[in-house]
Design a protein around this ligand. Structure first.
Ligand SMILES: *Cc1c(COP(=O)(O)O)cnc(C)c1O
Length: 386
């Protein structure tokens, strides 16, 4: 049986996969099972931020594998401590809890927010405001945090304690703060799965002020936007705000599973036994992440912004393009053509792009060589124009 049939027979039907099996690659070039090569603008959904098989990352991972692959959180571990130190030094946040995915990182943030509400305001201050069209994960609680009804269908009852405000409408947030006993607001600064749209600066500034005035926590979900993706190390840095909690995952591990919940001074309330994760802070994942984070420096971020400007400039006024949204190398292209058609035509021409809602989504590697990016964007442009 071929792999596609085998998968269809034995893998739970939760994924609508493209008819393509990726087997190997180098940098931003990946190959399928037939040996056909593609320029990858999807990076495993913003995970392979340094592309496939990055040499330095691989060496860091292998060096750690040669020492010890896992120790449990009953013991101290160097890669985990060093990564936490670097995350705190580069963000100004104070403590880190490590897990294995974005959903888990957000679960921890939700626990931190509820803990803060209970401790500082009273037991019934547990409601968290999130935004409509958001995406925060697939566990029952992070689904509940996700402000899209379509994800809730079939799985009710959802975890209680989440209410949804309109993005870019501060009055809608204020109304919820008046009606519910709230402990936090949780947002994505660029809504990824919701269609790659960045929140407006004025809204975010007003929100940060409101959260402060009302003694709530500001939780920023940087699972997708983080680790250089938007052209700054974390997207919040561009908005001039100081979140109390920042979560990240996807690009942090460069392909190995890791989640991180960074806690600021006010949110740092956890004591022993309040959270845990068997695999959280895995030394191999942390050693790789440490290497990538060190290399996500100002020079690389400047390149991300340059490549971003190139993509915006090339596509914004192109024929067949309705809009280009997003930030850095997290871009949504709304086309006159159906997005599925564009994805398929690009694939046939050797370029991998993905979708977000009705848009074509681009998440190239942060270090994609300019010639490969140009080639891929020209192909995309031709496909959209036709
Ligand atoms: C992908 C994503 C998640 C979920 O991450 P998983 O690793 O799939 O659990 C949460 N929030 C945002 C913003 C995401 O993009």
């Amino acid at each position: 049986m071929n792999i596609i049939d085998l998968d269809k027979q034995y893998i739970a039907g939760t994924y609508a996969r493209f008819p393509l099996q990726l087997t190997e690659g180098k940098g931003s070039l990946v190959k399928d099972a037939d040996g056909k090569e593609y320029i990858d603008l999807g990076t495993g959904i913003a995970v392979n931020g340094f592309g496939v098989g990055d040499e330095e990352w691989k060496q860091a991972v292998i060096a750690q594998l040669d020492k010890i692959q896992h120790t449990s959180n009953l013991y101290y571990s160097e890669p985990c401590a060093l990564l936490a130190q670097m995350l705190c030094q580069r963000t100004g946040l104070k403590k880190v809890f490590f897990s294995n995915s974005g959903a888990e990182a957000n679960e921890c943030a939700i626990k931190a927010a509820r803990h803060y509400g209970q401790t500082k305001k009273g037991k019934d201050y547990y409601t968290i405001i999130t935004l409509k069209n958001s995406f925060h994960g697939r566990t029952i609680t992070t689904l509940s945090a996700t402000g899209q009804d379509v994800f809730h269908e079939y799985f009710t009852p959802m975890t209680e304690g989440f209410v949804y405000a309109e993005p870019n409408d501060i009055n809608s947030v204020k109304a919820l703060v008046q009606s519910y006993k709230c402990c936090a607001v949780m947002i994505e600064l660029v809504q990824g799965e919701g269609g790659v749209t960045a929140l407006e600066q004025d809204f975010v500034s007003a929100l940060a002020q409101l959260v402060k005035d009302e003694d709530m926590l500001l939780v920023v979900d940087e699972v997708q936007t983080g680790n250089g993706r938007t052209g700054s190390l974390y997207a919040y840095m561009d908005y001039g705000i100081t979140p109390d909690v920042v979560t990240t995952a996807k690009g942090l591990g460069g392909g190995l599973p890791i989640g991180a919940t960074m806690l600021g001074e006010r949110a740092d309330l956890f004591t022993a036994g309040m959270n845990g994760s068997t695999f959280g802070g895995n030394p191999v994942a942390c050693a790789g992440a440490l290497n990538l984070l060190q290399r996500t420096d100002e020079a690389l971020l400047a390149q991300v912004r340059e490549k971003s400007a190139y993509i915006f400039n090339t596509l914004q006024n192109a024929k067949g393009v309705k809009s280009v949204t997003g930030k850095g190398l997290m871009i949504g292209v709304e086309c006159e053509k159906d997005a599925n058609e564009v994805v398929t035509a690009c694939r046939e021409r050797g370029v991998l792009v993905i979708k977000a809602k009705h848009k074509v989504r681009l998440l190239p590697a942060l270090n994609i060589p300019m010639e490969q990016l140009e080639k891929a964007i020209n192909t995309l442009k031709e496909v959209i124009e036709q």
